[in-house]
Each structure stands twice: as C-alpha cells, then as structure tokens.
Design a protein around this ligand. Sequence first.
Ligand SMILES: Cc1ncc(COP(=O)(O)O)c(C=O)c1O
Length: 385
Amino acid sequence: MKFEFVLHCSRCGWQRDPEGTPGVCEVCGAPLLVDYPLEQLAEHFRPESVEGRPWTMWRYREVMPLAVDEHPISLGEGGTPLVGIPRLAQRAGVAEVWIKDEGLNPTASFKARGMSAAVTRAAAGGAPGFVAPSAGNAAGALSAYGARAGLPVRVYMPKDTPAPIVAECRALGADVVLINGVITDCGVLARAYARDTGYFDVSTLREPYRVEGKKTMGYEICEQLGWDLPDAIIYPTGGGTGIIGMWKAFAELEALGWLPAGRRPRMHVVQSAGCAPIVRAWRQGTESAEPWTSPETVASGLRVPAALGDFLILRAIAASGGAAVAVADSELLRCADELLHCGIGACPEGGATLAALYQLRAAGHIGPDERVICFNTGAWLKYLE
Ligand SMILES: Cc1ncc(COP(=O)(O)O)c(C=O)c1O
C-alpha cells in the first residue's frame, strides 16, 4: 500500500510509517497522531475540491488516513446537520447557538466517525478481529463497522450501560461482555483479550485513527459556516477524542490556508460533576489529570475516570483560551429535555453542553455577541430508560 501520511508521537515526537496496525508510541506509550503533507496538499487541495462530493466525512479524503486509491469501510458517517436555534441563543444571551447533531450518524452517535476510520486502517493492516472497552456508543459503532468489514468484534462495557446499546451490539453480531466496573476496568480486560487473541485493540487513543474520524466534525462545521468558525465550541468530554480531533482539524485548516490564522474557536470541555477529572486538572493548572475515584453519572459517555490523552485535551483548552466546567446530572438532564423541546433528539451528554453554555455565559467566559456550537454527541433513543 502507498501512504502519503506518517505518524508521530504526541509526547516525544517518535515517528513511524502507517504499515500494519499501529497502536501507541513504541518509545513512551503516548498516543500517535497522523501528519499529512499539508504544505504540498495546499497547492491543489482547496475548498472547491470537496464541492459536489457526497456528504460523508470521507469528502475530506486528502486529509484522511487512506492509502492511495483505497475505499474506506463506510456506512455514510458524517454530514450531520448544524441546526441554528434562535430561541436558545436568546435564552442564553448570546448571538447564535447551533447544535451539531451527531445523533444522526450511523449507530446514532459521533463514535461512528472514529470507528469508520480505525476499522478501515486496521482491517487493511490485517487485523483478524476487533476488541474495545466502551461506555456504550463506541461499542455500538465498532460492532457495526466490524460487521461491515466482515470481521468479529468483542466489546467490554459496564453492566449498567443503557440496555438499547447492549441490544444494538448483540444484534450487530458482537460478542458482548458486561462487567462490574467502569470503562478503565473494561480497558484492562480488552487489552488482555487483544494480547491473547491477536484481535486489534481499538481503545480510545490507543490507535491513531479514531481521532482522524472525529476531526472531521471540525472540517464539517467550518464548511457548514462557509469556511468560518464560531467563537466557542462546547463538547462533552470523556476520553477526549472529539476535542483533540477538532483542535487538530483547525490546525490543519490553517496550514492548508482554508482558515485565516487567529480564527480558531475557544474549546470548552464539559464533564459531569460526578466524574470531572479534566475539570479538576484544569482548575488546578496541572498538565495531566489524576484519575477520578468513584465516578458516578447518568451520562455514561462521561463516566471516564482517566484519559490517556488528558494532556492533549488540557493543551487544546489552554491553547484556545477555553475552559473546562462541570455540571450536575440534574442540570444536564434538564437541558437534554430543553433540547428535545427544540426538536433535537439529545442524549444526556448533549444536554451537558447546553447546561455548560448557561454556566459559561453566566460566568462571563462567553460574551453576548458570541456565536456558539454545542455538540449533541448521540441520540436520545438510546437512553429511553
Ligand atoms: C454520547 C457521548 N458523548 C460524549 C462522549 C465522550 O467522548 P470522548 O470520549 O471522545 O471524549 C461519549 C463517549 O462514550 C459518548 O458516548
């Protein structure tokens, strides 16, 4: 296979080529990130280049981890709506509020983007099957993309994962293991299973390509706003691939010359008050986050006590001039209802972004003239319970 990108370690800079099934940095164990020849690409890859292509995340294929002439393993992920809601803007006291509705992806969450990219690369690299720990939505997505690739999937999830998600994984043919613990406990079992079987471990940031899928949310909002960006983004953050991916996308868009320097938005992370390791680290001004003991929240996607890419999340917040805030479960559920009453099928994590908007506006972190994008990362239907 011929590749036009390379991988580098996000901590120590170690480099390798993409052949096979890369995991983390072989020197220091930190996440690997993808580098494209952006200067060269800028000579011919322009916003007009993507016009008329299908509205999936693969419309940006020049900056995606594909070999030359390769077809991705796709279910049509990406191309989700950016819905302006003046009523919410008025209530929050800001100029504009858009909801990027990621619940409309295949398998009903933004996790589809990352799994399409990761499964495409790992299947081409010879993976015999896939394994991942998950709070739920990543497992649903992996089950679907594994099925699409014709390869077996095993997923480990906490036993209180919403029942519709467990049913979805089983219906898609995955081997589901429910455990008495949180996602970090699932991760230990998934890594052991990968070692024993040779299955590829698709855990968050333990391979380089889920971030590449997630970064397309950044390309997409930029295109949907006429190659411009909002003043602030609010994202519900667990493992952090959404925030890390979009921050990478904005750097790439600048390097391609599609976005003027200084136009990047402030990145705001929201977590639940019952599991907020990144918020605590942000307040303490540390470069990485201590694991959260006894994580408890109804927003299962935010029940992530420790993130491998904590330092990357904290760097993106700091470099963008953003902030990290925690919201109570009662507040995020109330705001999910508020989004539902605006017609958006919001999951609890999506509700958290609206709750954070109110909090950030009240604290003066977001001003009255600002344009804000809140991410609804998954669909309400999975949380009927
Ligand atoms: C609906 C939802 N929102 C947000 C997140 C957190 O995403 P990330 O781990 O990329 O920070 C998850 C993760 O499981 C999720 O399922």
